[in-house]
Design a protein around this ligand. Structure first.
Ligand code: GDP
Ligand code: IMO
Ligand code: MG
Length: 456
């Protein structure tokens, strides 16, 4: 079984000479395949990336931070990745953390060391970190917690963030007071001064914030030496990868479309672009180099944290999906909220991302369900709406129109090809494919690598 995405997309052309010679569409270089979450996260992106990464040359993260939690199961061993691209498992590929990612250095090294104990060898030699990536400091994480407390006190509800400092770190970036990897590796005196200023700014906003500045700087200096050998100019590295010899380059999205800062269920979102544009801005990839865009969706829907969830099932079905699906957050250990597959959100994710293929995961979780529902449209005041509502008050009030399917009541976990699936499951998959208007390329029936049926 070939797990490659269309190899013809990866034909490399000669690099244009620096003489200003005109580039045609034929010399755009290698194409990049992007894997993106099509719901509210935890769709199984890590597993899809692992599958594709078996023969990838470069696997990149382009946005988010260690708020992500990607599970990969190989040879019965379960690895959790937060900042490291899931492709780090593949000893033949390079993993790149791009400029759009926000990096908490203690988190990065802790993650690497933890996985090393599980058998992940040589990861530091295979990891490249962009010098333009912004840093998440411990105080960003403390501020994340303080902001959540403040939201709760002021509005009676918080966002339910992962408290990994993501919002505050991207805020510093947007405010142009953030510090990047290149700053840390540059003049440390200058870095220390800017670090102190940043701390002061946050202390002015949050007087309760205490920071042992000297201790933080000492630790950052130590981390910087461990980090230094991995750091490159990420833009130039990507450029060389795109225009050198033919290469398979993969981008691993973190978080998901409905958590996107622009397109998600704002304000109950994360602070980065988790849709396809994030791959360009978070790595310096020209749009013409984007090839396949794979959307990952569960065969039902889950969400961690607060916010509208039209197909949520606060009943026995929701509990069944939660327990059978082991729906517990990888990063925070929180129970995930569960409900029926919502095709309105997957279609919305497709409008933005232009998926070329879908990975439908966790079909096996539905094996015991008598009757399966799928949300196909939203109604407001009894009328179908063609768009996905921006206003969360509207989203809370929408009435979901469902299609109902008979359950197949058969164990699918041993299915390895399309014909092994019961006819009722095939029917369910075909309906989803037709409704989204995107071919389903993979169907997941279990946690491990081999539990992925490839359709074409
Ligand atoms: P990600 O954040 O999108 O990478 O997804 P997570 O790793 O947070 O959550 C997906 C969970 O579902 C993980 O525990 C995976 O091991 C598991 N998983 C992925 N695909 C399948 C599948 O097809 N069937 C089952 N039963 N579990 C799956
Ligand atoms: P992966 O990559 C599920 C959610 C949080 C919270 C909101 C904001 O594993 O799919 P943040 O800490 O980012 O400020 O939290 O976004 N969230 C995720 N939910 N999977 C994720 O990542 C998530 N990353 C962020 O639960 O509701
Ligand atoms: Mg996850």
């Amino acid at each position: 079984m070939s797990l490659t995405w269309s190899a013809k997309d990866h034909k490399s052309m000669t690099r244009p000479a620096a003489t200003g010679q005109k580039r045609s569409r034929n010399d755009i270089g290698n194409k990049v395949a992007v894997v993106l979450g099509a719901q509210w996260g935890d769709e199984g992106k890590g597993k899809v990336v692992d599958l594709l990464a078996t023969d990838a040359d470069v696997v990149c993260r382009c946005q988010g931070g260690n708020n992500a939690g990607h599970t990969v199961v190989v040879d019965g061993k379960e690895y959790d990745f937060h900042l490291l691209p899931s492709g780090i498992i593949n000893s033949k590929s390079i993993s790149l953390i791009g400029n759009g990612v926000v990096i908490h250095l203690p988190g990065l090294f802790e993650e690497g060391d933890k996985n090393e104990k599980k058998g992940l060898k040589g990861w530091e030699k295979r990891l490249i970190v962009s010098d333009r990536a912004h840093l998440v400091f411990d105080f960003h994480q403390v501020v994340d917690g303080l902001q959540e407390t403040e939201r709760q006190a002021q509005e009676g509800k918080n966002i339910g963030t992962t408290k990994k400092g993501i919002g505050p770190a991207y805020s510093s970036k947007a405010a142009r007071t953030g510090l990047r990897v290149c700053d840390l590796l540059g003049d440390f005196k200058d870095f220390s001064m800017r670090f102190k200023n940043l701390v002061r700014q946050y202390q002015a906003m949050y007087p309760a914030l205490t920071v042992d500045v000297e201790d933080q700087l000492k630790k950052l200096k130590e981390y910087s030496e461990r980090l230094r050998p991995m750091v490159r100019d990420g833009v130039y590295y990507m450029y060389e990868a795109l225009h050198g010899s033919p290469k398979k380059i993969l981008v691993e999205g973190a978080n998901a479309a409905l958590l996107d800062i622009d397109f998600g269920t704002y304000p109950f979102v994360t602070s980065s672009n988790c849709t396809v544009g994030g791959a360009c801005t978070g790595l310096g990839i020209p749009p013409l180099n984007i090839g396949e865009v794979f959307g990952v969706s569960k065969a039902y829907t889950t969400r961690v944290g607060i916010g509208a969830f039209p197909t949520e099932q606060l009943n026995a079905i929701g509990e069944l999906l939660q327990t059978r699906g082991h729906e517990v957050g990888v990063t925070t250990g929180r129970k995930r909220r569960c409900g029926w597959l919502d095709l309105v959100i997957v279609r919305y994710a497709h409008m933005i991302n232009g998926f070329t293929g879908i990975a439908l995961t966790k079909l096996d979780i539905l094996d015991v369900v008598d009757e399966i529902k799928v949300g196909v449209a939203y109604k407001v005041n009894g009328k179908r709406i063609p768009h996905f509502p921006a206003n969360m008050d509207v989203l809370h009030e929408v009435e979901v129109e469902y299609e109902t399917f008979p359950g197949w009541k058969t164990d699918t976990s041993a299915a390895r090809k399309w014909n092994d699936l019961p006819a009722k499951a095939q029917n369910y998959i075909h309906f989803i494919e037709n409704h989204i208007g995107v071919p389903i390329k993979w169907v997941g029936v279990g946690k491990s690598r081999e539990c992925m049926i490839q359709m074409f």
